[in-house]
Every structure is written in C-alpha cells, then in structure tokens.
Write a protein that binds this ligand. Sequence first.
Ligand SMILES: CCCO[C@@H]1O[C@H](CO)[C@@H](O[C@@H]2O[C@H](CO)[C@H](O)[C@H](OCc3cn(Cc4ccccc4)nn3)[C@H]2O)[C@H](O)[C@H]1NC(C)=O
Length: 134
Amino acid sequence: MAAGMVMNNFSLKQGHCLELKGFIPKDAKSFAINLGKDSSNYVIHFNPRFDHEGDTNKIICNSKEENSWGTEQRENVFPFQQGAETSICFEYQADHLKVKLSDGQEFNFPIRMPLDTITFLSMDGIELKAISLH
Ligand SMILES: CCCO[C@@H]1O[C@H](CO)[C@@H](O[C@@H]2O[C@H](CO)[C@H](O)[C@H](OCc3cn(Cc4ccccc4)nn3)[C@H]2O)[C@H](O)[C@H]1NC(C)=O
C-alpha cells in the first residue's frame, strides 16, 4: 500500500487550483487526499472507495475540525481505476472547493471551516507523481 505522504509548506489561496497527479495501486481498496490546516483540521477529506467501509466505487468527502468528522457528502461520479494514473484539481473558492476530475466531471464541496490559506496536504493509498499550483 502506498505509504502516507504529508506536505505542509505550500499555500493554496482562494481563486487558485492545486492539481495532483497520482498512481492508484492495483490492490487499492480506497485512497484519500486531505487538504486543510493540519492532520486534525481538513477543509476536505477526499476519499474515493473501490471497496471500503461498505462503499463500492463511491467518492466520499468530508471535513474534519479538531479531529471531529463532519457530515459526509457522497458523489455520483467515479472516474477511477485501480492500477492507473489519475489527476485531480482542487479549486479553492470563498465558500466551496470545486473538485475537477480527470474525465472532466466536477463537483463542489462546501467550505465548513474558513481558512485564508490551505497549507496542509496529506495523501494515503495513492502514489504522488506530480503537484502544481495554478
Ligand atoms: C452507518 C454507520 C457507520 O457509518 C460509517 O462509519 C465509518 C466510520 O466512521 C465511516 O468511515 C469513515 O469515514 C471517514 C470520512 O467520513 C473517513 O474516511 C474514515 O477513514 C479515515 C481514514 C483515513 N485513513 C488513511 C488511509 C486512507 C485511504 C487509504 C489508506 C489509508 N484511514 N482511515 C472512515 O473510516 C463510513 O463512511 C460511514 N458510512 C456511512 C454510510 O455513513
């Protein structure tokens, strides 16, 4: 399984996008990308599940404040394949994150915890290949 990766030395400001390219291992049951302030405070926990916690081919998003999970949001798109690369762009807007997926589909996730700048990123279950800020 791809070991967890943590970055906390970048700045994603409102009006800008963070684009991640990664490889999903062929045995992945799920993977997660977390953006926020630190490991206890996520503006978004982005968790595509192939087969995990009773979910099959479903994206689960949530927030986490001082280590307490918020309400889950389940998406109706799932353009991921085990053993393949993917790219995801997180566009940070004042009241939502626009999540743009590799096949052009996109969805919004509400900002539940105001944060001037997102400076924390962690990834689990996916191998980071490239990262860029636009
Ligand atoms: C119906 C009553 C039980 O509800 C279930 O409760 C589970 C436990 O709280 C929920 O699963 C949790 O959902 C959270 C988001 O709301 C997180 O996704 C929890 O996982 C956190 C986590 C990250 N990691 C690291 C990681 C992630 C991906 C791959 C490898 C390592 N390990 N655990 C995950 O365990 C799960 O989404 C929830 N299902 C529903 C339908 O509500």
